[in-house]
Design a protein around this ligand. Sequence first.
Ligand SMILES: C[N+](C)(C)CCCC[C@H](N)C(=O)O
Length: 265
Amino acid sequence: MPVEEFVAGWISGALGLVLGHPLDTVKLLGFFKGMSFPIASIAMVNSVLFGVYSHTLLALTATSHQERRAQPPSFTHVFIAGCTGGFMQVYCLAPFDLIKVRLQNQTEPRARPPGSPPPRYRGPVHCAVSIFQEEGPRGLFRGAWALTLRDTPTLGIYFVTYEWLCRQSTQDGQNPSSATVLVAGGSAGIASWAVATPLDVIKSRLQMAGRKPGAYRGVLDCVVSSARQEGLGVFFRGLTINSARAFPVNAVTFLSYEYLLRSWG
Ligand SMILES: C[N+](C)(C)CCCC[C@H](N)C(=O)O
């Protein structure tokens, strides 16, 4: 089984993440909190995403990454492969994402008044251990179903947008230019985040609700009670910041992914 796609996905995920981290945390007021932890975790998740995507296309179309410019797969195949990659990365992403959301939501002021209680979680490992002890092993997968609903179709959209934009401005059989890859990758990130944002809001609420048992009965209950209490606008919370972050992160992710695979032949 070729492994280059997994390795390229790992490195490109890490590069995209370094760029996007400040924007990812600004929406949750936790500037630069937990920078080292997401590098390893999200890079691994990106490796699963790109690796599974490429191998699903190999299974569907019998073409390797190098052959796909000359024999481009159909958009249906690209969509199915993207959804498969999205589905598979969820089970790797779920615990990391939960820890990230819990840590970022610890918005204690930088200079806490003396005598105030210490932050709930001291860091990613302490957070994981505490969730395991207090909420059980399944607690680490809280919000995973909402994450599956968020990521499976939207990562299909992600790869279809990328491929479609690349093909629009590239001659048949040629590799897209760096500028094309940057614009197509950035736009793919925005398109997929725009569609993913409503379920992203729900997912984060379910992940935070783990500490208040019984807050929501499930995804649907969370959708209904959030809409009732706060109106439909709640589903677009974070849309602007998600999109602003998505462009540079995914432009760099796709550019480095393409560059690495090309340079390895
Ligand atoms: C599917 N969803 C939109 C949630 C993410 C798609 C882009 C993935 C990328 N690693 C990023 O963090 O932007």
